[in-house]
Design a binder for this molecule. Structure first.
Ligand code: FE
Length: 192
């Protein structure tokens, strides 16, 4: 599949599923993704990490999970689903932070006492379903994961990207960046 087609497929996914509410928050999936990416831009993150921020919740859209999913006691494991889908096209600098962004929440809850109390109620609910905060040993182990630093940065943007009505650049703003990251990082552009 050509890079432009992959990006079109991503745009289509946002058009179809991105209007759904973001997991009990005041923004849609698309707004949440765009605010996450914009925070990465403001932090001067590498293009791969900006793309990871934009696409970190693609698993929610693939799954069709919505704001009632966590309330029904279900962990949709969207980080694994999203990373596995992205791995078909993107390299580990994109997929690693996406896969770890839920573990990064469990990590931050273990090492930063202010972080847990600052989480939204929807995020605290899903935290319980995701296994709660890491033990001190699990937190230390997490620090040696590849992409640990990027995953924690992505997590903080994720948590902040829930501002109702905020104006940020739209999806088209990221089209060329996604195509160039695909060119650098894709492992297989001929299959699927
Ligand atoms: Fe998110």
């Amino acid at each position: 599949m050509q890079h432009a087609e992959i990006v079109n497929q991503i745009m289509e996914m946002f058009a179809v599923a991105g209007q759904a509410a973001y997991y009990g928050e005041a923004v849609s999936q698309t707004e949440h993704a765009l605010q996450s990416a914009n925070l990465a831009v403001q932090a001067n993150a590498a293009n791969e990490l900006i793309v990871a921020a934009l696409l970190h919740d693609v698993g929610h859209m693939l799954r069709g999970s919505d704001e009632t999913t966590a309330k029904r006691g279900i962990d949709d494991v969207h980080e694994e689903l999203g990373a596995a889908w992205l791995e078909r096209h993107f390299g580990p600098t994109v997929t690693g932070p996406v896969r770890l962004h839920v573990a990064a929440k469990r990590y931050l809850c273990a090492v930063d006492s202010a972080y847990l109390s600052g989480l939204s109620s929807a995020s605290q609910l899903s935290l319980r379903l995701q296994g709660g905060r890491f033990s001190p040993g699990a937190a230390r182990a997490f620090e040696s994961e590849p992409h640990f630093v990027e995953a924690v940065a992505l997590r903080r943007w994720d948590d902040a990207a829930k501002v109702a009505g905020l104006t940020v650049p739209g999806l088209e703003h990221y089209r060329d960046m996604m195509e160039s990251v695909l060119s650098e990082g894709s492992i297989d552009v001929t299959g699927s």
